[in-house]
Design a protein around this ligand. Structure first.
Ligand SMILES: [Zn+2]
Length: 204
């Protein structure tokens, strides 16, 4: 993974911290910010949502805090990352998040990885991998796809056990309540099947 070449001043002496827009947070900072994302994921858990939390940091400030809200908003696109990206763009009054780092407890899905590319998010740090729908290296690698016009820097595995345990606890609890099989990921919608059916000229 390429390191930015302006990371040679870890102590910050001689520079104004407000101008360190290209800073690459150290491991300890990644852990600290992921702890905030985990707090939001726990709030999602308490609200009955799939427990994913996300924050966005730019120039050393947290500019977005979000959690999954698909049930609350009845919106299948209301993933923590999508909500956070919208908040961050509003906060910066800019649709490009070129100096921002997105922290999210679970690997982004294809939709969110697409949004990461369109928003030009500079860096993505996530906790647990998603072996079923992850689009930052697990199933797909949209956020670093060589044919797209932006590639994010990716770091995975920060607070991984905590992030994964929260997801496991959620789905175990949900299974025991409903006593029926449940997909291990919130992203499965039958929207694609519906639209395919609606667009099928054979059915008209
Ligand atoms: Zn997503």
């Amino acid at each position: 993974m390429a390191e930015p070449d302006d990371d040679a001043n870890p102590g910050g002496t001689g520079g104004t911290s407000a101008d360190r827009r290209d800073e690459c947070p150290a491991d300890a900072e990644d852990e600290r910010y992921m702890a905030l994302a985990l707090q939001l994921a726990r709030r999602a858990f308490d609200a009955g949502e799939v427990p994913v939390g996300a924050i966005i940091v730019a120039a050393g400030s947290v500019i977005a805090r979000a959690r999954n809200q698909m049930l609350e908003l009845r919106d299948p696109t209301a993933h923590a990352e999508m909500v956070a990206i919208t908040q961050a763009a509003a906060a910066l009054e800019n649709d490009r998040l070129s100096n921002a780092t997105l922290y999210v407890t679970v690997e982004p899905c294809p939709m969110c990885a697409g949004a990461i590319v369109w928003a030009r998010v500079r860096r993505v740090v996530f906790g647990a991998r998603d072996a079923k729908a992850g689009a930052c290296g697990s199933v797909l690698d949209i956020a670093r796809h060589p044919k797209l016009n932006h590639r994010a820097e990716i770091r995975s595995g920060v607070r991984e056990a905590d992030c994964a345990d929260l997801m496991r606890d959620f789905f175990e609890r949900r299974r025991s309540r409903t006593e029926r099989p449940f997909e291990d990921r919130e992203i499965r919608t039958d929207r694609d099947d519906h639209s395919r059916g609606d667009d099928d000229p054979e059915r008209a």
